[in-house]
Design a protein around this ligand. Structure first.
Ligand SMILES: [Zn+2]
Length: 358
């Protein structure tokens, strides 16, 4: 008997070292090396980090660096997302955090202005190096370092998502502006900026995204097809994805799977504030209903609610079919191919005509 649908409902082998139960070579290697190499890859400066007076957004960013969950291109490619793993600045090396922030020819000189920084030792990850900075340096150096990291990341994102030109001068300007801002807030009020950030959760809503989802089910196939189209809060297209799912020819189940797939993907991408839009009223009602449900669709809805814990905020909204044309077209287009596909920079051909009309 095939029991597809919900991972929470079936017995299976899983990897104990991972929160999702998924084995990766990287985790196996780390486990093997623990104790042998005194954990050289680890970020250990958590206690000092939480005592550093910085805005919650920055602390969250450093937390993601320390946990090695920053969605660099290499990290996304490692999760099977169809994205060019090369550094968007130099196009010569894989974009790991260590490369992007420290080793890239476009960023390495930016560090010259900060004195008393530790060397990057062989075997260091960016998290390990950052840990040395935070644990061993004066607070002013830590702030300079983190302001520069944050500015590099923001300018890198502007290049990727808004096609802005990479300007080293702009990175430095942003970094300096941040330092001035932080010191003014502190001297003006004496308040500690990290009061609300003890648990390192991004509190910002300005980087929220919307995801329109839909599903397509065909009478002769047990497989359904789901889609997700992602926009920034200002309406810019960010990404899209479609994939096949086991739907047992049940349209409601397929619609629930569409939301679950979208949430899983958003989690992997590191999006923290997510609004999901579905044109399936039944599933939207199930998501709001707290009474137990034992249907396949109910199991999937339970999975969706469980996934919410990985986000700062997730909301579910019903939209009319006519407001969901992009996701609808993308789901139906999936049926002609196998496997999932993700677009990060280019709008999928099958939905471009709708954007032109709109
Ligand atoms: Zn580079």
């Amino acid at each position: 008997m095939r029991i597809p649908i919900s991972l929470s409902c079936a017995d299976q082998w899983c990897w104990r070292g991972d929160v999702r139960g998924v084995y990766t070579v990287k985790q196996g290697y780390r486990l093997q090396m623990e104790g042998v190499m005194n954990e050289p890859f680890q970020f250990t400066a958590w206690r000092v980090l939480w005592q550093t007076k910085l805005p919650p957004t920055i602390l969250n960013f450093v937390w993601r660096c320390g946990r090695d969950v920053l969605p660099t291109r290499m990290a996304l490619a490692g999760r099977g997302i169809n994205v060019d793993p090369l550094c968007p600045l130099c196009h010569s090396f894989q974009e790991t955090p260590l490369h992007l922030f420290k080793l890239c020819s476009h960023t390495c000189r930016l560090w010259d202005a900060i004195s008393d920084l530790p060397m990057v030792c062989p075997g260091d990850s960016f998290a390990a190096w950052l840990s040395k900075v935070i644990e061993g340096r004066k607070e002013v150096v830590v702030r300079e370092c983190l302001a520069l990291c944050w500015s590099i990341w923001k300018c890198r994102n502007d290049l990727l998502w808004s096609n802005k030109t990479w300007e080293p001068g702009e990175v430095v300007r942003r970094s300096n502006a941040l330092l001035v801002e932080w010191s003014m807030v502190q001297t003006a009020s004496g308040i500690t900026l990290n009061d609300s950030a003890v648990h390192a959760v991004a509190p910002t809503t300005d980087n929220g995204i919307t995801i329109h989802v839909d599903a397509a089910v065909f009478p002769n196939r047990e497989e359904g097809f789901v889609s997700a189209v992602v926009h920034a809060s200002d309406g810019r297209f960010l990404a899209a994805r479609n994939s096949p799912v086991r739907s047992l020819r049940d349209p409601v189940l397929a619609e629930a799977m569409a939301i679950k797939e979208a949430l899983s993907w958003a989690k992997d991408c590191g999006w923290q504030v997510v609004a999901i839009y579905s044109d399936c009223q039944v599933v939207c009602n199930l998501l709001k209903d707290t009474s137990p449900s034992y249907s396949y669709s109910g199991c999937v809805v339970s999975d969706c609610i469980a996934l919410k814990r990985y986000f700062v905020d997730v909301s579910f909204h019903f939209v009319s079919r006519s407001s969901n044309t992009l996701a609808h077209a993308l789901a139906r287009a999936t049926a002609s191919r196998t496997g999932s596909r993700t677009w990060f920079f280019a709008i999928p051909d099958c939905i471009q005509r709708f954007l032109l009309v709109n």
